[in-house]
Design a protein around this ligand. Structure first.
Ligand code: GAR
Length: 190
């Protein structure tokens, strides 16, 4: 059974979807969820789903190696960023080469980079009158949203779509594809 650790900063609908998808499956399991936000809804979701979850501060993440040490003892096969908003430190990336992936709610390289997350992405897509958008699942490297692309899926943006309409189309794509892509990576990756 492959071991998945999820990082999330807020709502956690993707984290919950991953937890439920892998529940009772033999390919993998979400063993731990970590958040930089002690008030994040994802922590409540994990409690209801009986999955261990912890929050951490900048010191533990960036300075004293405590998050890194927790990851090392957790022995993850894959680290999944699902709505995680802090930049991932090189020290952790180097300890888990090719094992950290992220989901982004746009068709990278468009609409990526610092500050481009959640509704900001969809608002920019609508403002620029894009006719399509989508999701990107990619490896994480030391630059925001620039790691190698693993998977993309597209949806239409209609002229009358609001940013909220786009958000719900993206949400549907994420719910459908993210767990399957994670599972296929677990099956091919070492
Ligand atoms: C998701 O749409 C995810 O793609 C996005 O945040 C949302 C989190 O929702 N991630 C980013 O914007 C990263 N730059 P959730 O907390 O309900 O899973």
């Amino acid at each position: 059974m492959k071991r998945i650790v999820v990082f999330a900063s807020g709502n956690g609908s993707n984290a919950e979807n991953l937890i439920k998808f892998f529940h009772g499956r033999e390919t993998g399991s979400v063993i731990l969820v970590l958040s930089n936000n002690p008030r994040a809804k994802v922590l409540e979701r994990c409690n209801a789903l009986k999955i261990s979850a912890f929050s951490f501060n900048r010191t533990a993440f960036l300075d004293n190696g405590d998050v890194l040490n927790l990851l090392k003892v957790s022995r993850p096969d894959l680290i999944v960023l699902a709505g995680f908003l802090w930049k991932f430190p090189e020290r952790i990336l180097n300890a888990f080469p090719n094992k950290v992936i992220n989901i982004h709610p746009a068709l990278l390289p468009k609409y990526g980079g610092k500050g481009m997350y959640g509704m900001y992405v969809h608002e920019a897509v609508v403002k620029n009158k894009e006719t399509e958008t989508g999701i990107t699942i990619h490896y994480v490297n030391e630059h925001y949203d620039q790691g190698t692309i693993i998977f993309q899926a597209k949806c239409e943006v209609l002229p009358e779509d609001s940013a909220e309409d786009v958000a719900s189309k993206i949400h549907a794509l994420e719910m459908e594809h993210f767990p399957k892509v994670v599972e296929s990576m677990l099956m091919t990756n070492g």
